[in-house]
Design a protein around this ligand. Structure first.
Ligand SMILES: [Zn+2]
Ligand SMILES: [Zn+2]
Length: 57
């Protein structure tokens, strides 16, 4: 089983979320949708000059 960068185990669910920038699989908590694509929370900070949806609140 793979793990997200945050340490959470990625369950082999029906849909795994991957970052389009770095390609890593991230958990739902770390996946950030920017427009039509999904970034991990780390790439989203670098890729989006504007505000992105915060993964944590
Ligand atoms: Zn990424
Ligand atoms: Zn995560």
């Amino acid at each position: 089983m793979s793990h997200c960068e945050c340490g959470r185990a990625l369950k082999g669910g029906r849909r795994r979320t991957g970052c389009v920038e770095c390609g890593r699989l991230v958990c739902r908590a770390c996946a950030i949708a920017v427009r039509a694509v999904t970034y991990c929370r780390w790439c989203a900070r670098a890729a989006s000059p504007t505000r992105v949806i915060a993964g944590r609140r």
